[in-house]
Design a protein. Sequence first.
Length: 168
Amino acid sequence: MTSSTAPGLTRFNTADEGDARAALHEVCASSTWVSKLLAQRPYADAAALFTASDAAMAELGAADLAEAMAGHPPIGRPKPGDPTSSREQRGMAGASEDLKAEMLELNLAYQDKFGHVFLICATGLTGEQMRDAIRARIDNTPERERENVRTELVKINRIRLTRLAQGA
């Protein structure tokens, strides 16, 4: 995808720094990640944007990852009035009350253990798949889980950057 076929990427590349920073902050709450991506504008295409995003995510330290995670609501409780959060967690929308209650319990146990929300790229997943993932990951070490979170953030950022590049 070139900038000539990606109106959102053209807008992003030519936006003033404040607007570009705000757009990136909607993708990822890490100020370090945002600054790294801003510094490399303009992007020739979405692939270059993804490469920069992935590289920036790989370099984030624990505090930067915590900042990035703070921008994500718990699974099953999207931010009120936030269409991105609701769209990404659509798989929980039709979940049974039992599944929602179980997810709440698992989310709280996960947060108690790791000190942050359970983070997963929920786009396209069912409530049961999200529940199974949290069950599988809750026994991880903090170090292993930090790397799982980094991997999930890469996936989430790519989905959000695609929307940004397409102008959606």
